[in-house]
Design a protein around this ligand. Structure first.
Ligand code: 2P0
Length: 396
């Protein structure tokens, strides 16, 4: 059984309960007295080594949030904590070729290729990312970079690639920093990759490790931070091992409203504070749910989070709707199927019309049959992606 979180990923018995409780109390005390990391902790000490030229490659996964990040403060600080399953099959692979410049100027010097073709239109986003992280990677202007990126999922599938792509790029840059300062510990490298990825795209900070990752300060979670994602630190029941995510591609068109604008509309939103409080509460509620494998409660929290996310969009000013008629058809079919089959199939939504179907591995046969029989008809060109919970990025 894969290791889910620091917890043993097994059903706890009475004796274990007492031990786990004692451990939790101690962890909470340590968390309260431990000093929170700040931005300054990610500014490097002077480098000890040189790196003239070379290549670094990373494959990073996408992730699907169970408790959603929607709303942020300055410097990519989330307005509420979120938690996600790291995915396995939906990934971005990025190869960074670097060459130290003899003379360097005021500009970042890089080329960007997506799936083998130079893409000028993607460069401003990378430039913005580089400007945000330069303080933490002061060598960026000293190199020429060729950044080559490709996705495992089809282009324009409506699957957000910003999480996996920013995570993969951050991992490459941190790996280069490791060549300049080999003393950096693997734990700090992961933390820094998450910290940097967040500055590229918030949800990307949940994509630099597996398998259940939490981002954002939550009073009930030891070590949680607004600055980076952490591996969920509590016990997780084995029912969540190999949890399946089948992504139904309902609408492959470009989004009408970007996530960045959507986050912005949470400023001055009439329900924002209630929503941010609700996300905190849902994370608290999830702890016994993960520990005990309470799938009924899991389904309720996950579906409520998905619908609340879209309710926030519909009640913003200006308001907008990203779900499509087929999204609702699918949701209604899922509810009817769940009641009839007594399975634990549930849905969640990203900032788009596609539907993520989440279910335990043991229900795979029955659910896949249902998808083929009843849901494929609502997918654009009948397309869907079979994914599942994943265990983090891979060095190429
Ligand atoms: C999430 N989403 O938690 C939520 C749920 C979409 C719906 O994070 O502006 O691309 O780059 O920080 O991370 C999408 O927003 O936004 C997102 P930026 P991001 O996964």
């Amino acid at each position: 059984m894969p290791d889910l979180g620091l917890g043993p990923g097994r059903i706890l018995h009475h004796k274990d309960d007492a031990r786990a409780n004692k451990k939790c109390v101690l962890k909470t005390i340590f968390a309260q007295i431990s000093v929170q990391m700040t931005d300054n902790d990610f500014v490097p000490v002077p480098y000890t080594h040189q790196a003239m030229a070379g290549k670094i490659g990373w494959e990073a996964p996408s992730n699907i949030a169970l408790v959603k990040y929607w709303g942020k403060k300055a410097n990519q600080i989330p307005a509420n904590p979120s938690i996600s399953f790291t995915l396995s099959a939906s990934t971005t692979t990025t190869l960074v070729t670097y060459r130290k410049l003899e003379q360097f100027g005021e500009e970042f010097d890089f080329d960007f290729l997506f799936e083998g073709t130079a893409k000028e239109e993607f460069k401003p986003k990378i430039k913005t990312f580089f400007s945000r992280i330069e303080r933490f990677l002061p060598f960026l202007k000293q190199y020429h970079f060729t950044i080559e990126s490709s996705n495992s999922f089809p282009h324009s599938s409506g699957i957000a690639s910003s999480a996996s792509s920013m995570a993969a790029l951050a991992l490459c840059l941190v790996a280069l920093e490791k060549r300049l300062n080999p003393a950096m510990s693997p734990e700090f490298l992961t933390k820094k990759a998450s910290f940097l990825a967040r500055l590229g795209s918030g949800s990307a900070c949940r994509s630099v490790q597996g398998d259940l990752v939490q981002w954002g300060a939550h009073t009930g979670t030891v070590g949680s931070s607004d600055l980076y994602g952490i591996k969920y630190p509590y016990a997780v029941h084995p029912i969540f091992g190999n949890y399946q995510d089948t992504i139904l591609l309902v609408d492959r068109g470009p989004k009408q409203v970007s996530s960045t604008l959507g986050h912005d509309l949470m400023h001055g939103h009439p329900f924002s504070q209630q929503r941010f409080d609700q996300a905190q509460q849902n994370l608290t509620k999830l702890r016994p749910v993960f520990e005990e494998g309470d799938l009924d409660a899991f389904v309720e929290i996950v579906e409520s989070e998905a619908l609340t996310l879209h309710a926030m969009m519909m009640t913003s000013l200006p308001y907008f709707v990203l779900i499509k008629p087929n999204t609702l058809e699918i949701i209604n079919k899922i509810w009817a199927f769940r009641q009839k089959s007594k399975t634990h199939l549930c849905f969640t939504l990203d900032a788009g019309a596609n539907v993520h179907l989440l279910y335990p591995e043991g229900e795979k046969g029955e659910v896949l049959q249902f998808i083929k029989n009843e849901l494929v008809a609502y997918c654009e060109n009948g397309q869907y992606i079979c994914d599942k919970i994943g265990y983090g990025p891979k060095k190429m």
